[in-house]
Design a protein around this ligand. Structure first.
Ligand code: PLP
Length: 435
């Protein structure tokens, strides 16, 4: 069978801008994965985004499956979100004082997320996770925390231990600058493996403040938990007097209206959120049982603060985004287009005899170039990253923008149509024929 030559992708302006950026910003970027190190080739420099698409500075258009790494769930530049933001600009972009919008978004979050009875807004997912860590320690009077290999919870010192995509991509197991004593208080278990958790609790009796996990992993690629795993963690934490925290920065309001905890029917004690609840503005949040949240200052003694926390722009974008997601059919649409996409990509790969395993839940998906199954980060390492890099470049040439790492999940939005998905599958079929 004749294999068509790849379309020519001209990225001259992207190259010029990235070259200059490398003199101005470390590695030319403000967040490492954006530099395309794990897929090779220079990064695409964006000019604008709208709906399911992004355009680069050379005028190339792509169907976008990164969605600003999750927030763009209503589609980029959703008109309703934009109009709400425009109206808010005239009233002020930052108050540093209470505003009613905080109550409105808090009520929406509390209504939807089973574990959340009270919430604190912050400005990033990293901030939410580091605050929740302090809260777990303050509440239990214990210092150790248990996380899972390959899960990312932002870049706070305690979490930069076996921390998934960003650090794997750079080949750094951990980061210099993290004190040994801090890293030593972070215990790591294997995802989907309750025995590894039980062993750590047995070896650190009465010392573990809490367990934090991505309830569906996105930072080692897309990995789903078994229901038994989540149920088992719930039981172990309750029995051991440890706090269970679901990091729903990525999965929150994406997997389901009530987040992954609603999807799986397991309620943690605390939850961290970000991305979607800011609708594209910088935001994060943590929440949970009132009894625990009342430890946070000024209600209680655990200090945590923020100049821009709860700022009216982020609250406005979050409120409008959750309102749109609350309409009938929103999650059905995400599930329908995303399942069609992942089924189509996997079928196309198999037609050309590539090993592949993957899946989706609602608007989050991923695939690995290996036989599978992939149930934890250790399994994910079997994936053929060199093939992923060729696939990624091939898809760019075909006008499809995928996350630039084998170890990242993909995202769809309400703006992605079946026609977008079918065009993506057709592109994947052409790329699979030539890689
Ligand atoms: N937790 C999870 C599960 C994430 O995926 C991320 C970011 O990708 C974070 C925390 C950190 O959030 P942020 O990048 O907003 O600091």
């Amino acid at each position: 069978r004749a294999v068509a030559a790849p379309p020519k992708l001209v990225t001259k302006r992207s190259e010029e801008i990235f070259k200059e950026a490398q003199e101005l910003l470390p590695g030319g970027v403000n967040s490492p994965v954006r530099a395309f190190r794990s897929v090779g080739g220079g990064p695409i420099v964006f000019d604008r985004v709208k709906g399911a698409y992004c355009w680069d500075v050379d005028g190339n258009k792509y169907i976008d499956y990164v969605g600003s790494w999750g927030p763009a769930i209503c589609g980029h530049g959703n008109d309703e979100v934009n109009n709400a933001l425009k109206a808010q600009i005239d009233k002020g972009t930052s108050f540093g004082a209470p505003c009613e919008l905080e109550n409105v978004l808090a009520k929406m979050v509390i209504d939807r997320v089973p574990s959340v009875e009270m919430v604190r807004f912050v400005s990033s997912g990293t901030e939410a996770c580091l605050s929740v860590l302090r809260l777990m320690r303050a509440y239990t009077g214990r210092e150790k925390v248990l996380k899972f290999t390959g899960c990312y919870h932002g870049h706070a010192d305690s979490f930069l231990v076996k921390a998934g995509s960003g650090v794997i991509t750079l080949g750094l197991p951990d980061s210099p600058g993290v004190p040994k004593s801090t890293a030593a208080a972070t215990l790591t278990a294997t995802y989907n493996n309750l025995d590894s958790v039980r062993e750590l609790f047995a070896a650190n009796k009465g010392e573990i403040a809490g367990v934090i996990l991505e309830p569906v992993v996105g930072n080692s690629g897309f990995i789903v938990p078994t229901k038994e795993f989540l149920q088992g963690l719930r039981e172990i934490c309750t029995a051991e007097g440890a706090v269970l925290c679901f990091d729903e920065v990525m999965t929150g309001f994406r997997i389901a209206k009530g987040c992954a905890q609603e999807h799986f029917g397991i309620t943690p004690d605390l939850t961290t959120m970000g991305k979607v609840i800011g609708g594209g503005m910088p935001v994060g949040a943590y929440g949970g049982k009132k009894e625990i949240m009342k430890m946070v200052a000024p209600a209680g003694p655990m200090y945590q603060a923020g100049t821009l926390s709860g700022n009216p722009m982020a609250m406005t974008a979050g409120i409008k985004t959750l309102e749109i997601l609350g309409r009938p059919g929103a999650y059905e649409h995400l599930e329908k287009v995303t399942k069609r996409l992942i089924d189509g990509i996997m079928a196309a790969a198999k037609e050309h005899s590539h090993e592949i395993t993957g899946g989706n839940i609602s608007g989050m998906f991923g695939f690995f170039f290996c036989k599978g199954p992939v149930t934890c980060f250790e399994d994910a390492l079997a994936a053929d990253t060199a093939k992923f890099a060729r696939f990624h470049r091939g898809m760019l040439e075909e006008g499809v923008y995928l996350a630039p790492s084998q170890f990242e999940a993909g995202f769809t939005s309400l703006a992605h149509s079946e026609a977008d998905v079918d065009a993506t599958i057709a592109a994947a079929r052409r790329v699979f024929a030539r890689i």
